[in-house]
Design a protein around this ligand. Sequence first.
Ligand SMILES: C[S@@+](CC[C@H](N)C(=O)[O-])C[C@H]1O[C@@H](n2cnc3c(N)ncnc32)[C@H](O)[C@@H]1O
Length: 343
Amino acid sequence: MTTTDDRTTAAAVDPGPLIKLTIADCAAKVLHSAVSLGVFAALAEGPAGADHVVAATGLHERMAPDFLDALAGLGLLERTGDQYSNGPLAEAYLVPGTATYLGGFVELTNETLYGTWGRLTEALTTGAPQHLDPDKGGFVGDKHKDPAKMKRFFAGLDAYSDRMGIEIAGAVDWSRHASFVDLGGARGNLASVLVKEHPHLKAGVFDLERTRPLFTEHTARLGLNEHIEFTGGDFFTDDIPKADVIVLGHILHGFDNDRRRDLLRRVFSATNPGGQVLIYDRMIDDERRDAERLLSSLHMRLVSQDGSEYRIDDVRTWLTEAGFTGSTAEPLLGTHTLVTAVR
Ligand SMILES: C[S@@+](CC[C@H](N)C(=O)[O-])C[C@H]1O[C@@H](n2cnc3c(N)ncnc32)[C@H](O)[C@@H]1O
């Protein structure tokens, strides 16, 4: 029962943070819609008035002032007088056609977040994933079975792996190694970045056979199809090609603990003595206090049958069990963790 004293105590606590939290996803949606409508592309050539953005994007005049000023308030646009321009984040990552474009990733989250997270309560009470398929009006069994969807998914991941690749290229002493395999390396984007940075490396991608056409198309476009070898197969049942370094990016978070441990044992067998394993995911801090990582883990539970993020300490334990030694953990991109270990 609430007493007068309780009410007095409650009133001393500012409700502001709670009220802000109730609309926290509105800011994300403003970003998603700005990318979908092409707002940042419309301002790529320099500052312009709202009428230019309206004409270029189809934005309705009734919505334009609040929408554009909200984007400015979020730091994505800048407003001087009645002129809008892209802010530093938008300039660096949201102008289509640039090498650092992250809009593909933004669009991927726009496509997957809303229906799925809208069913969080159902997921929490049933334990079942809630990944809705907008084309079929039902639940997604496996988005990778549809080649068009798989291509969009990989294009979104590439936006990430371009940056991951650069950081990973500098995080390891690659001069000690002669080869690597990117396990579940999708259409070869991370492998392409690594091989461009360290051309002495013999590069391989291992992924499901159905990924091969997308790999061939993408690496040919990058002019690297002669430099990266694709092996099709299932990493739980087929031989993993041997290499000095094996990379697992966004792989372990798709499976339960037994399969993670099984896969790491298989990776140990495939790593050449003296070689290394590199694992990156949005791992959970060991104290389980980082809300962003925990939300990412819930996301994996919403979109997959067995997936979740996992604690850094847990993966280091599994690596030791598999036979690896000397594990290290370091932040990657400010959003992920890179764990390495030695065979
Ligand atoms: C989430 S994507 C990660 C792609 C890439 N490593 C990255 O970080 O951007 C997972 C990849 O693993 C592949 N994959 C899933 N299960 C697999 C299996 N059993 N054997 C081989 N590849 C698999 C998928 O086809 C997909 O390319």
